[in-house]
Design a protein around this ligand. Structure first.
Ligand code: UD1
Length: 429
């Protein structure tokens, strides 16, 4: 497996292009299953998770082509044609690679009235059940059994029925699955306590472009009037707010100055607020945003992760990396996932001072981190180790960077272009 080598200490300067949002793309790709016309998605980042979703959709019979086939470029266009669905089973081997595979459940059930999807199971950051997805689909008339590790769902009446869905707590994937299923259901669905993440809005906007009738996009109550069919569309994916936040912290942690081209400020408000509070300067530019920490004091701040518009759990590990060298102490509380401090032991190996008490971590800023061999455990934890490596004295080797490639496109090239001493060590075995 490839490794990343970083020699830290250089303040980063330059520009970084922000790619299309991974989590939007995964939901938008599954939306192709709702129509027999062509869905054209532009501003797509070429990531391992996108390749996994491509394999899954191809397994269902979708024909897919990457029209900008040059994988060294950051923006790609994907053409998806699901006019023939040949297989409605999402097998374990593909689903276990990526939990977001569960997003084919709603659209396949709505289009084909039957589906068999492997239960995603646990992952490094926690158990992550899908009970809320299943309960909502049952409310809409689906019959669901779990057998042999598979969710086996069918629609005995021949069409899902528009219903009132009240999520007891906010679920991004659950909201997305029900949005897609309800778009082809018979009658009106109201989703209460819906997720408001920009990626959910992106999916809803694309569904509207495909002919769906959705009101309340961006709010916690979504009204969906089911239609008989959806059509093809061309849709441009929003810029990735987590990639934006990660590179903003790269500027902050190295006390550098980076312009993030294409970044959308309105999607990173909670992260921006925290970074400004910690001492970073953020301004809008004609092409994106500028993050300036040159010669600035970075101080500890306290945060708690929350559903959007709160501070994203997907930025928690990266903020912790910044806090390890901030002045004073900070407290980070993780409220969404029960096991999302896997980066802590690795940061400790680099000299950080962190104590974890249940769902909270107290970080006491140190003058310097020191480079060390570390292990990437999940996607965003990997991001935090790269950030820590950028400021650490000496050499950091990040092992198992498979996780990093799931969500960051050509991370080493983007950082190296801003002056970082970083390279990929290819696995020759
Ligand atoms: C999505 C994102 C992920 C992000 C997370 C929270 C994608 C592909 N992934 O994941 O990057 O970290 O949102 O912002 O978009 N839950 C249940 N039952 C359910 C569903 C969820 O108990 O049926 C719980 C989960 O265990 C978790 C919380 O609800 O504690 C939020 O999970 P959810 O919003 O569903 O996350 P994902 O959609 O899996």
């Amino acid at each position: 497996m490839d490794k990343i080598r970083i020699v830290g200490g250089t303040p980063l300067r330059g520009v970084i292009n922000i790619g299309g949002a991974k989590n939007s793309a995964l939901a938008l790709m599954s939306a192709c299953l709702l129509t027999d016309d062509i869905l054209l998605l532009s501003n797509l980042s070429y990531l391992v998770d996108i390749v996994t979703m491509t394999s899954l959709l191809k397994h269902h019979g979708v024909s897919i082509s990457l029209s900008n086939n040059n994988t060294s470029l950051t923006s790609h266009t994907l053409e998806l044609n699901a006019n023939k669905i040949t297989n409605t089973t999402a097998p374990y081997d593909l689903v276990r690679k990526m939990r977001a595979s569960i997003l084919v459940l709603g659209p396949l059930l709505a289009r084909c009235n039957q589906v068999k999807v492997s239960l995603p199971g646990g992952c490094a950051i926690g158990t992550r059940p899908v009970n809320l997805h299943l309960k909502a689909l049952e409310t809409m008339g689906a019959k669901i059994d779990v057998q042999g590790g598979y969710i086996i769902a069918s629609v005995p009446s021949g069409r899902l029925i528009g219903s009132e869905i009240i999520f007891p707590h906010i679920t991004v994937g659950g909201t997305e699955n029900i949005l897609m299923a309800a778009s082809l259901a018979d009658g009106k669905t109201i989703i209460t306590n819906a997720a408001r993440e920009p990626e959910v809005c992106d999916l809803a906007n694309c569904l509207v472009a495909m002919g769906a009738k959705i009101v309340g996009i961006g709010t916690s109550t979504l009204h969906i009037e089911g239609v008989d069919r959806l059509y093809g569309a061309q849709y441009s994916i929003i810029p990735d707010r987590i990639e934006t936040g990660t590179y903003a912290i790269a500027a902050a942690i190295t006390r550098g100055n980076i312009e993030l081209i294409g970044a959308r400020r309105d999607t990173i408000q909670s992260v921006e607020k925290v970074l400004i509070e910690s001492g970073v300067e953020i301004s809008e530019t004609p092409l994106g945003i500028r993050v300036n920490a040159y010669d600035r004091r970075i101080v500890g701040v306290d945060i708690m992760t929350e559903p959007y518009p709160g501070f994203p759990t997907d930025m928690q590990a990266q903020l912790m990396a910044l806090m390890t060298t901030a002045e004073g102490a900070s407290m980070i509380t993780e409220t969404l996932f029960e096991n999302r401090f896997m980066h802590v032991p690795e940061l400790l190996r680099m000299g950080a001072k962190i104590n974890v008490h249940g769902s909270s971590a107290i970080i006491r800023g140190v003058q310097k981190l020191s480079g060390a061999p570390v292990m990437a455990t999940d996607l965003r934890a990997s991001g935090s180790l790269v950030l820590a490596g950028l400021i650490a004295d000496g050499e950091t080797i990040i092992n198992r960077i498979y996780h990093l490639d799931r969500g960051y496109e050509r991370v080493e090239e983007k950082l190296a272009a801003c002056g970082a001493n970083i390279n990929r060590i290819k696995d020759s075995s």
